[in-house]
Design a protein around this ligand. Structure first.
Ligand code: F6R
Length: 251
């Protein structure tokens, strides 16, 4: 595999960076006669991107009828309609406002019984393969360097699977869930290898809280301790950073 280090694009604001990613997505959709397969993330980081995609749909008539989506992850043990599920997040912040057909939306099923989870994870991988793989994967980065819910220690050959949330990830979710005791202990996540199979990757990181981990992700040699360093092995990854997140990153 060709090793081409991740490209970095610096923007004054998160808004400008988000518009740039939305423009990439819009160009991909407009230039393709085949369905476009997008990998999507939840969390605070992609909110401005999703707002811009909704604006492009409403104001500029961008259609998502020819788009297929796969979300990175979902909490395990809560139903899709739970207010804090990633299913709910994605519908509130994107899917309910664009014209992507429901049958083309794929989010890992967090309500599978334990006996069905292995098969459910394999079916999610098969669904990605059946549509020819992910064209563009949108990522955010955890403060511990996780991508999806691939927490530190995740090996590079992992596929969609059940994982335990790390302490720091659970702590970040605790206020939303009304206390650590209510945070799901597990999630289903695309694996590192699933993410690295995407034809291109857009990593978004904004704000001072991400400065330290962005430096490590870009500058440290590849290590399972910072799963985002695996992106150094991918030959079409672009980091979209605002000034705060990019402090100390050489351009
Ligand atoms: C979300 C996901 C996570 C987040 C990461 C950053 O689907 O997979 O890896 O991208 O935790 O979260 P925010 O954007 O809230 O800082």
């Amino acid at each position: 595999m060709t090793i081409k280090p991740p490209a970095t694009r610096l923007f004054s604001t998160a808004q400008e960076a988000s518009v740039a990613v939305a423009t990439e997505i819009a160009n991909l959709i407009k230039s393709s006669s085949e369905p476009v397969v997008l990998g999507l993330a939840t969390g605070g980081t992609p909110l401005k991107l999703y707002a811009e995609l909704i604006r492009l749909h409403r104001v500029e008539g961008l259609s998502f009828k020819n788009v297929i989506t796969f979300n990175l992850d979902e909490y395990l043990g809560i139903p899709p309609q739970h207010p804090l599920s990633y299913w709910t997040f994605m519908h509130q912040h994107l899917f309910d406002h664009i014209d992507v057909p429901a049958s083309q939306i794929h989010i890992p099923n967090g309500s599978l019984a334990e006996s069905d989870q292995e098969q459910g994870c394999a079916a999610f991988e098969d669904a990605i393969t059946e549509v020819g793989g992910i064209d563009l994967q949108v990522l955010g980065i955890g403060l511990n360097g996780h991508i999806g819910f691939n927490e530190p220690g995740s090996p590079p050959d992992t596929r969609t699977r059940v994982i335990e949330l790390s302490e720091s990830t659970a702590q970040r979710a605790a206020s939303d869930f009304g206390g650590m005791e209510n945070v799901p202990k597990q999630a289903i996540t695309m694996g590192v290898a699933t993410i690295l199979d995407a034809k291109s990757i857009a990593m978004l990181a904004f704000g001072e809280s991400k400065t330290a981990i962005i430096r490590r992700a870009l500058n440290e040699s590849i290590t399972a301790e910072v799963p985002a360093t695996y992106l150094q092995q991918h030959d079409d990854t672009t980091y979209y950073l605002d000034e705060a997140a990019a402090t100390g990153v050489p351009f």
